[in-house]
Design a protein around this ligand. Structure first.
Ligand code: HEM
Length: 1001
């Protein structure tokens, strides 16, 4: 290769750097300075004028709800709602009483909002009459409920003739309002008015009114504060929320935002209508009429159930002793700022809200495209391109025993109105933005990339000076002192040194390739380092590949089926290179007995790997023996018969509620009492609810809601199918890669930990004991400063890890087992009938009550469960790490070697089980099971380190199955199919298993 003169090389390099510096640093900086100059409220500037009289058309669309079955609602039935509208108004915003406070860098003003009806953009007329709930009446009844019996009876006198539902025109419901008879008399009685002019309308008195005095930062001294509200009505806080975290007014009014928006920025906007600031988070990059934008949506955490998200607890004004009065997911109370009227705000049609709200009405259809709140900003300037604030106002309806009109009404959130306030930058505005900002940014990027695009600088140069676009666009933009064509000139000069740069690059490439080769050979040597170890043991082994161990295609194969195939091929003891680690697979029951039980002191650990997350590393499963012994000792007492009996009260309640609701679903959605469902999904919510209620005292909301927050959090935590892939195979060879192979979704983990920690603290404060897992966790927590814990380095993560482990260890396994049990009995109707018969007899003998200590009277149920667990062990390979060299009958296992026991092969051993692949529960009936070898059943592991939750799992599953078969039979549906997922190493995973539920008569 020709040697490159060093001056040419240096020049080429300098030009390269120069182009990049101009394109990526100088030009953007000039643009940013220009923006910073413009984005401030200087009296008389264009920005100021546009801020004072907002020129962007804002349309406010009101949608109301007509109640079509008022009489039925009075006797407790679901409200059937018909949405009417939109009734569209153009909103004019004007700022008045403007005062500039130079010293604070702020401006104060009042903003008047005037509404002009737009019939051509509306559906229906303002004179249309609808049936609505009597808001003033219901408000008054809520008020009466809080009074003493005497004051209440006085108040009720005024309400004797009121009706729960009234008929009003749209106009009356919105701006015009209507006269409320009883309010006048009541005002005389109490000496002041509750409603202006004793008139009620959702927006009565608001047309032309202002929302108080705002003081905002002008952005002159600090651009990052542009438009941020410094105070409202003289205070930086809202007076109605108590704890500090909710009081603070944060963000802008939602019409302007500081520039230089980044994707990690959280945008806050304060709305006096909503009585709070809302937080928005970045969702995605988008585009509005050709202008690139960042789309922000309401942070889902903002509307989370306060029970699960303690940050929202301060919006729950009267939580009650167990937070039963707090709103559920998707709604929050605004009574504190609405003169104690029991109003709640949600997204329209309860989008993203708890299904408890949605299920109590008919006629609502949440649709993200119509009902979500979002804003789209041009990121550099922070200008609003498009926005929609969509909010529904609801009123709390519930039965009140003290007043006849409300005695039988249902408990629900009654939707009153939803309002869509949308705006979009005009085409003209977008055109100016494109010319002044987007085009120069693009050219500066072209310039920079042109500098580093070594092979075809000419093409890049042409791009920069393309006459059809650049000349026109660039000439429109005239920022002070910068000529954008400079970028193009700089780039063309790069062409002169093309050859020099090419040669420089060649040198770099050679260096790069040599280091790549060296790294590759180093990695291969590392990967093959232990090859030869299994060969020396004199046992059959699966031949290793060049450097990915015995299973280079691990991620493509269904692992438990692979185990069965290997057992048939290699026998009951064989070796496998798990990546670079020699591993011994043992299927022989006698060897299993020695390893798991008799010689446990040689095999006390599982493999010790850094899973990249301190929480997972601290799961009981992975703890080294000394820590394990201490923590297992603390956990075990929760699974005694006495404690399980106490927990069974939760099993019973959860199941009763669940199957009542499921029956209603089958009735409403099914045909002739039959409905096909994915069993796994069905059990997701039920099992989660049982675990959370019995172990943590947490009710997870609606377990049949496919979007249930708790189920979602734990699913996110476990990762998705896509997570199990090549990275797993590679991490077998290079264990340090497990840090990148997903173990836990860390966001979900943090949130779950926060929820459980909150429950632990609340329990501690209450001083009560529930004898559940929360008490155990609190006891462990108290020991954190004890000498034993300090010595063993047991810290807070270890305590919280056990809480997550409790759910993760049992949740999937129980759902899977019950899914497969139902699948099997639907394939064997005679077994199903025998089981149903046993359950019916049990119910008859115990007056329909399911009693914990009597469940032993269902041996066939236990046999069916055990046979399912034998055939489909959810955990594929219980394992032990050899901690001391061990020898038996010529088999030598050295310290540090991993021993795997493939449960699917062990549990289907033909020498122990006749017809091992077939579902035959009778083999586990009391009269037969003693003939079996208990070391050929590995579903819960064996020995001192077996599954600590085994008894819990059996009892919980028995409760579910008795309830299930009391209500339904199961049949195979045409689409029933079992399809396992490949590459999964811990749990079996499979596609949906659809079965038809048939209601029992
Ligand atoms: C059908 C349900 C379940 C199955 C099939 C199952 C299976 C297993 C298996 C195979 C092991 C490894 C045992 C060994 O290595 O010898 C294990 C360990 C464990 N299981 Fe379960 N399990 C189930 C339910 C549960 C439940 C409900 C909980 C919690 C309440 C739980 C908590 C644990 C824990 C904490 C460990 C680690 C034990 C230790 O290392 O000391 N499991 N389970």
């Amino acid at each position: 290769m020709q040697k490159l003169p060093s001056c040419v090389l240096a020049l080429g390099f300098a030009i390269l750097i120069g182009a990049a510096v101009v394109g990526w640093i100088i030009v953007p900086k000039v643009i940013n300075n220009k923006i910073a100059e413009q984005v401030r409220l200087v009296n008389g500037s264009e920005t100021f004028n546009r801020w004072r009289d907002v020129p962007v058309p804002i349309f406010v669309k009101f949608h109301l709800f007509n109640v079509t079955n008022p009489k039925q609602v009075l006797i407790g039935e679901k409200a059937i709602l018909q949405e009417v509208g939109p009734f569209t108004f153009r909103q004019k915003r004007q700022k008045v009483d403007i005062k500039i406070h130079k010293r604070n860098d702020t401006i104060s003003y009042r903003q008047t909002l005037t509404y002009f009806y737009q019939p051509e953009l509306s559906t229906g007329s303002l004179q249309d009459v609808i049936t609505v709930i009597n808001i003033p009446f219901l408000g008054m009844v809520h008020r009466a409920a809080k009074q003493s019996a005497f004051s209440r009876s006085m108040m009720l006198e005024f309400l004797a003739d009121e009706q729960v539902f009234v008929q009003k025109t749209i106009d009356e419901m919105l701006f015009k309002g209507y006269y409320v008879d009883f309010m006048e008399d009541f005002a005389k009685f109490i000496g002041y008015k509750l409603l202006p002019n004793d008139t009620f309308g959702l927006y009565y008195g608001k047309n032309g009114s202002d929302q108080g005095v705002f003081e905002v930062y002008s952005g002159i001294k600090d651009t990052s504060k542009f438009g941020v509200i410094a105070s409202w009505n003289g205070s930086p806080e809202m007076p109605w929320w108590e704890p500090d975290s909710c009081k603070k007014i944060s963000g802008t009014d939602g019409a302007i935002f500081p520039p230089f928006v980044t994707t990690d920025r959280k945008l806050n906007m304060f709305s006096s209508d909503l009585c709070r600031s809302l937080r928005l988070i970045y969702e995605k990059e988008s585009e509005v009429g050709g202008v690139p934008s960042y789309k922000f949506i309401v942070d889902p955490e903002v509307l989370e159930d306060p029970v699960f998200n303690r940050d929202n607890m301060c919006y729950c004004t009267q939580p009650g002793s167990r937070f039963e009065n707090c709103p559920k997911q998707g709604a929050y109370q605004i009574n504190a700022c609405r003169k104690e009227t029991p109003l709640l705000v949600s997204l329209p049609h309860f989008l993203d809200g708890s299904s408890e709200y949605l299920n109590k009405t008919e006629g609502l259809h949440p649709d993200r495209s119509l009902h979500e709140t979002f804003i789209e900003l041009e990121p550099t300037s922070g200008l609003l391109l498009k926005a929609a604030k969509r909010i529904q106002v609801n009123m709390e309806l519930r039965p009140f025993k003290f007043i006849k009109q409300f005695k039988k009404v249902p408990s629900m959130l009654f939707p009153l109105v939803w309002v869509d306030e949308s705006a979009m930058m005009s085409e003209d505005g977008r055109g100016r933005l494109k010319a002044k900002l987007i085009a120069p940014q693009t050219y500066s990027n072209y310039g920079a990339w042109g500098g580093v695009a070594l092979d075809d600088v000419k093409t890049t140069t042409l791009l920069c000076v393309r006459p059809d676009r650049s000349a026109a666009d660039i000439s429109r933009w005239q920022p002070d002192g910068v000529d954008p064509q400079l970028v193009g000139h700089l780039v063309s000069s790069v062409g002169l040194t093309l050859r020099a740069i090419n040669m420089f690059l060649e040198t770099l490439v050679i260096l790069f390739i040599s280091s790549l080769l060296a790294t590759f050979f180093g990695l291969v040597i590392y990967a093959r380092w232990n090859y030869g170890t299994l060969e020396a043991l004199n046992i059959p082994f699966v031949k290793p590949s060049f450097f990915l161990g015995s299973a280079p295609d691990l991620h493509e194969k269904i692992q438990h089926l692979e185990d069965i195939a290997r057992y048939k091929k290699y026998g009951s003891v064989y070796g496998v290179y798990e990546g670079r680690s020699p591993t011994i697979y043992v299927c022989d029951p006698e060897l299993i007995r020695l390893i798991f039980v008799k010689d446990f002191d040689h095999f006390q650990d599982r493999r010790q790997i850094d899973l990249g997350d301190p929480l997972v590393n601290d799961f009981l499963d992975f703890l080294p023996v000394d820590k394990w012994r201490e923590i297992r000792g603390s956990m075990s007492p929760i699974f005694t018969t006495g404690k399980l009996k106490m927990m069974s009260t939760s099993f019973k309640t959860v199941n009763e509620e669940f199957f009542k609701q499921l029956t209603q679903i089958v009735d409403s959605k099914g045909r002739d009492g039959a409905y096909s469902m994915d069993m796994r999904q069905l059990f997701d919510g039920l099992v989660m609810d049982m675990i959370c209620r019995s172990a943590f005292g947490i009710k997870i909301g609606d377990p049949l809601d496919p979007d249930n927050l708790f189920v979602r959090l734990f699913k996110d935590l476990q990762g998705t199918d896509a997570d199990f892939g090549l990275m797993y195979t590679l991490s077998m060879v290079f264990p340090w890669l497990t840090r990148f192979a997903p173990t836990l979704g860390s966001d979900s983990a943090t949130r779950i930990v926060a929820i459980i920690r909150g429950v632990m603290e609340a329990r501690k404060e209450s001083g009560n004991k529930h004898n559940d897992f929360i008490d155990v966790l609190n006891e462990m927590y108290d020991k954190l400063s004890s000498p034993e814990y300090k010595k063993l380095k047991i810290a807070e993560t270890a305590v919280m890890a056990q809480a997550i482990n409790f759910v993760l260890a049992g949740y999937d396994a129980m759902c899977t087992t019950m899914t497969f049990l139902l699948y099997n009995i639907s394939k064997h109707p005679e077994i199903q009938e025998k089981l149903i018969q046993e359950i019916d007899n049990f119910m008859e003998n115990h007056d329909g009550e399911i009693i914990f200590e009597k469940l032993s009277e269902c041996p066939y149920l236990l046999a069916c469960l055990t046979e399912t667990l034998r055939l489909y062990p959810p955990f594929i390979r219980p394992e032990r790490m050899c901690t001391k060299d061990w020898k038996n009958n010529g088999l030598k296992i050295t310290k540090g070697t991993l021993v795997m026991t493939p449960a699917w092969s062990v549990n289907r051993n033909p020498q122990v089980y006749s017809d091992p692949d077939n579902f035959q529960p009778d083999r586990f009936m009391p009269e037969n099971k003693l003939k079996l070898n208990s070391y050929a059943f590995l579903t819960f592991g064996l020995g001192p380190r077996n599954c600590v939750g085994m008894r819990y799992a059996y009892e919980a599953m028995k409760f579910c199955m008795v309830h299930f078969l009391k209500h339904f039979r199961v049949e195979l549906s045409p689409e029933t199919e079992i399809k396992y997922k490949p590459g999964i190493l811990f749990l079996i995973m499979y596609d949906p298993v659809n079965l038809t539920l048939v209601k029992r008569r």
